[in-house]
Design a protein around this ligand. Structure first.
Ligand code: F6R
Length: 367
């Protein structure tokens, strides 16, 4: 059932190109220019009436929500808040009938996420679910449901479910942008063209897995490291850090690159690995200067960069991993893949149970 792979996690990492295609399938118009989401029952008037969106989820699904926030705010210009589900209900969130609450859950059974959904409905908000399981509690109780077509995910560490959630957010963002006329048709069509290239681009990253195995082998000798990035790179850094922690048990922290000098830089010492994501063109120079800060203090830096930037970046880092060129907005769907592989190979190098990490369950049905 592992289809020749040593672990479910590795199999699921390699299933991502298919998961991307399946999640997009049937949701793009024949001419490739529009997103069609028949599963959304909101009228145009209801969509135009959304004043605020709250994205609520746990763990990896929450990290997908962090990317989702940027996607929706930049495409549809609706303000988005993100909350970890176990915190949401206890902060007296301001939920009004013109709030759209989006819950994200692979299993659709996470207790805190389900409780957040119920709280939102009690307060009169419309609830949309992004979930991988048809017929799950979350899918049954939400008003609108976008099913990610990742297929069953067995490994405790989520990989293809996360990236399928990103695809769902891209589709939703484009759908809202079209309805609200915040982006023109040509622009939307261009993003869809770029999205269609993602599966092949992921394949080309997977072809370079052996490079990442070497990176992971050297990381596995350390007990501490940092992931840094700005904007959506910071969101992906958080997911990369969680993935590494949960299966390799190596401590790491994800930091907004510009925030380092406000305290954390004190922890940078000779030889500490720093994985820097630098895929967002607008923030390129800024992140590069943060990389130089850690490098000057002895960090060993691996930079995840856009192909074509090798020349400029090579002087400031120790190692580079290039992802294929895409739109900045879509980069998370590529840049997370090397981080998943690093986590996998680090866990493997340390001899841990990759698919069943200690203390963790696949579906968390207690609050
Ligand atoms: C980490 C992981 C967890 C889940 C979280 C939410 O790899 O899998 O952090 O993402 O427990 O689970 P779902 O998405 O089922 O609500």
């Amino acid at each position: 059932e592992k289809a020749g792979f040593d672990h479910f996690m590795l199999k699921e990492i390699y299933e991502q190109p298919k998961a991307y295609r399946d999640t997009m399938m049937g949701r793009i118009s024949e001419d490739g220019r529009k997103v069609v989401l028949k599963e959304i029952g909101m009228t145009l008037e209801q969509i135009q009436g959304i004043r605020k969106i709250q994205i609520v989820a746990c763990g990896t699904a929450f990290h997908a929500g962090l990317v989702g926030k940027t996607v929706i705010e930049s495409l549809a210009r609706i303000p988005v808040e993100t909350d970890v589900a176990s915190e949401y209900r206890y902060r007296s969130p301001i939920i009004t009938p013109d709030t759209l609450v989006i819950v994200v859950s692979q299993s659709g059974e996470t207790a805190d996420t389900l409780a957040a959904l119920r709280e939102a409905k009690r307060n009169g908000a419309r609830v949309m679910a992004i979930t991988n399981v048809v017929g799950s509690s979350v899918a049954r109780e939400a008003d609108d449901v976008i099913i990610t077509q990742a297929g069953p995910e067995i490994a405790v560490a989520s990989t293809k479910a996360y990236t399928s959630q990103l695809i769902a957010f891209y589709l939703l963002g484009l759908y809202l942008a079209d309805k609200l006329e915040t982006r023109d048709e040509k622009w939307i069509a261009d993003v869809l063209t770029a999205m269609n290239q993602l599966p092949e681009q992921v394949e080309s990253i997977l072809d370079q897995a052996v490079v990442l195995k070497q990176v992971a082998d050297s990381i596995s000798k350390h007990s501490n490291l940092f992931f840094i990035g700005r904007g959506m790179d910071f969101a992906v850094a958080q997911e990369g850090s969680l993935k590494l922690k949960e299966i390799s048990y190596i401590h790491s922290e994800a930091y907004a690159a510009g925030e380092l000098k406000h305290g954390t830089l004190a922890l940078i010492e000779d030889g500490i690995p720093v994985i820097a994501l630098i895929t967002q063109e607008e923030l390129y120079e800024k992140t590069l200067s943060n990389i130089k800060e850690v490098k000057a203090r002895g960090a060993h830096v691996l930079a995840v960069i856009n192909a074509g930037h090798e020349g400029e970046v090579s002087k400031s880092v120790d190692e580079m991993f290039a992802i294929p060129r895409t739109l900045p907005l879509l980069a998370p769907a590529l840049s997370v893949v090397p981080l998943q592989l690093i986590a996998y190979y680090a866990s493997l190098a340390l001899g841990h149970d990759v698919d069943k990490p200690r203390n963790l369950a696949k579906s968390v049905t207690v609050e």
